[in-house]
Design a protein around this ligand. Structure first.
Ligand SMILES: NC(=O)c1ccc[n+]([C@@H]2O[C@H](COP(=O)([O-])OP(=O)(O)OC[C@H]3O[C@@H](n4cnc5c(N)ncnc54)[C@H](O)[C@@H]3O)[C@@H](O)[C@H]2O)c1
Length: 336
């Protein structure tokens, strides 16, 4: 397969996203800025993707699991970079899933007040969503992604060969985010090959981000399914992975929209058909604490005064403010 390039158009912060097989090693050295003397590679031990930047490089490992997506991890990384002598003209390469690119991107955005980062996503979720768009964050005990920054990478390289080692559960997680695109304005792309599906999602996201980098409007549609997803991840102490929680969140958003009279049962069935196509489960775990989940909604950073939900409706996807907790509860009960 030849390499496809999708541009994220953001003026002086524009960058390319490469998608292909066997593209990483030929492309990566050409993306290193001439000013960079050193490349700090951030990854996880089990990922095992070797890269060669063509300049002096050192690998910094972070541990696995959403629990380490914290300010402590950021501080530790920055300390290690400082001890190594990494300067502002050097570069970070984040090689991993959404956790690594979120952490690597955030650390890059604040170390020496910001240095360049290239993302090399190695999970499906990272390729179709997390690595592109410049949102970076870590979690607080009070909520997911509560501390972060907008920091665009200087390039993203989606090397499809890295997916060969991806465990089955991580494929499902990626499909959770992929399913989202079906409902937020994209046409049905279930029939495409994997590489084309990834390109389709990246193109869609690039278009949304180019129009609304800072999420003051249209970009909010990318959070479809995420209000419940973030609450579920916290309530279940991250036993549910992000993509799994998003799949449940998508079905929940459809139920809330139906109860509000915004969509009909056929559209709910369409949600179920897409989620099933990707092998996703969309029932609430039986032990879910509904009251706690609703309390967690209000802590989600996307909530202002009422609870903000991205919902389907007659005019398409919109941000809707909801203060009727009975409907939110009823929709959850329907998913148990
Ligand atoms: N910034 C954004 O716009 C954005 C969007 C969506 C999700 N996210 C964030 O992304 C994170 C989830 O990302 P994720 O689903 O990629 O999870 P992850 O990064 O935790 O990776 C999941 C697991 O897969 C392993 N792994 C990664 N690449 C592998 C490979 N090629 N082969 C074998 N194992 C591999 C990891 O080590 C980990 O154990 C969450 O923290 C979520 O909040 C961010």
């Amino acid at each position: 397969m030849e390499t496809t390039v999708v541009d994220v158009n953001l003026g002086e912060h524009s960058y390319p996203v490469f998608i292909g097989t066997g593209c990483l090693q030929p492309i990566l050295p050409s993306l290193i800025p001439p000013t960079a003397r050193r490349a700090a590679v951030i990854t996880q031990e089990n990922i095992g993707v070797e890269i060669a930047t063509g300049i002096e490089q050192k690998t910094f490992y972070i541990a696995d699991g959403e629990h380490i997506k914290t300010l402590t991890t950021i501080e530790k990384l920055c300390s290690e970079w400082a001890k190594w002598g990494l300067t502002r003209s050097d570069i970070i390469i984040a090689v991993g899933g959404g956790l690594v690119t979120d952490v690597g991107g955030f650390a890059a955005s604040i170390y020496h007040r910001g240095l360049e980062v290239i993302h090399v996503p190695t999970t499906l979720l990272g390729m179709v969503d997390a690595a592109t768009g410049g949102k970076t964050a870590v979690n607080l005990p009070e909520g997911k992604n509560l501390v972060g920054s907008f920091w665009q990478p200087s390039a993203v390289v989606c090397e499809l060969e890295t997916l060969l080692s991806l465990p089955e559960r991580e494929w499902r997680c990626g499909y959770g985010e992929m399913a989202k695109y079906h409902f937020i304005g994209s046409n049905d792309f279930r029939q495409l090959e994997l590489a084309e599906q990834i390109t389709h999602c990246v193109r869609f996201k690039a278009d949304v981000v180019s129009e609304d980098e800072r999420e003051t409007g249209r970009r909010a549609i990318l959070n479809y399914g995420h209000t419940l997803a973030h609450a579920l991840e916290l309530e279940k102490d991250f036993v549910l992975a992000h993509g799994e929680a998003v799949a449940i969140g998508i079905r929940y958003a459809a139920e809330v929209a139906r109860l509000l009279g915004r969509i009909d049962q056929d559209r709910v069935d369409e949600h179920e058909s897409v989620l099933k196509h990707y092998g996703l489960s969309y029932t609430l775990p039986p032990s879910s604490d509904i009251e706690k989940l609703i309390a967690l909604f209000s802590r989600d950073k996307k909530a202002v005064e009422k609870i903000s939900f991205v919902l389907d409706g007659p005019k398409g996807i919109e941000l809707v403010e909801i203060d009727d907790k009975v409907i939110l509860k009823k929709a959850m009960e329907a998913l148990l």
